[in-house]
Unconditional design. Sequence first.
Length: 308
Amino acid sequence: YLSRKFFCLWTKKTFGQVIPSKARCFYDQKILHKTFGAWKEWSTAHRERNLSLRAASHYRHLLYNLVFKAWRAYVCQQQGKRNKYYVAESHAKKQKLLRSWQCWLVYVNVQRMKHGMQSAAMAFRERSCLRISWAVWRRRHYQNCTRHKMNVLALQHWAQSLQFRAWLQWRELYLYSQNDKQKEIRAVTHHQHWELKRCMEAWLGYLNLNKAKKHQNELAREHHGSRIVRQCFSDWRLSWQHRRRMHGHQKDIEKLGARIALRRVFVHWEHYVVLCVEEIRQRELAEKHYKHHLLVLQRCWNRWKSCL
């Protein structure tokens, strides 16, 4: 206890009021607090990055789904238009073939063409579906114009009427296709505006959610800081009370040690006093014995001298 007391006094005089163990403990607490703050910032950044990646992937999948639906609708619409176009084209071809056949019958009944003209008309009827065959037939027809002027005039009138009708049908189809294109452009622009509006609403919702999360994180951080401060204060208070009790207990132990030491010193001193008294008494006895012995010797000496 005395060595511990002198060691505590030496540490206080050497290091001051703050001993190295307390300084080391305070340094460890500061390092732990800084490490916890850095880890918390990293975990928050990692969580936000995961949320942003999830939102981006969800937005990408949503756009892919919407684009796929729009593409499927567009393909279905194009297929329907293509089917309608094929039906219209087949109907136009049938109408052309029917009119050509009627005109050819009228031409046969009126002119009574020869067998060569009938074979040419049959070849024209068979090849009228193709534009190249129609051009070949027109070249052959123009080659035979010199022989048959009336036939050329009739055929020219028939060809002009067919061209006029074909031009009217082509104009109707062109106007219909232009209207379809304008409708498609309007639908695409409307779909784009709707997608932009929906994306803007989703983005605003994400911003509000991010603000709410930041506010919640700030509240949680403040609550965590206050809880850590209260916990540190309670730990410091408990440690201070424990040190106070230990200090009081140490003072009691030091007082008890001092009393025990004083008692031991008093016992040693009492024993020493008893020994000293005993030694003095023995010395007195020895001196008395020595004096008595000297007296005897003196008597004997005197007697011997008197006898001598």
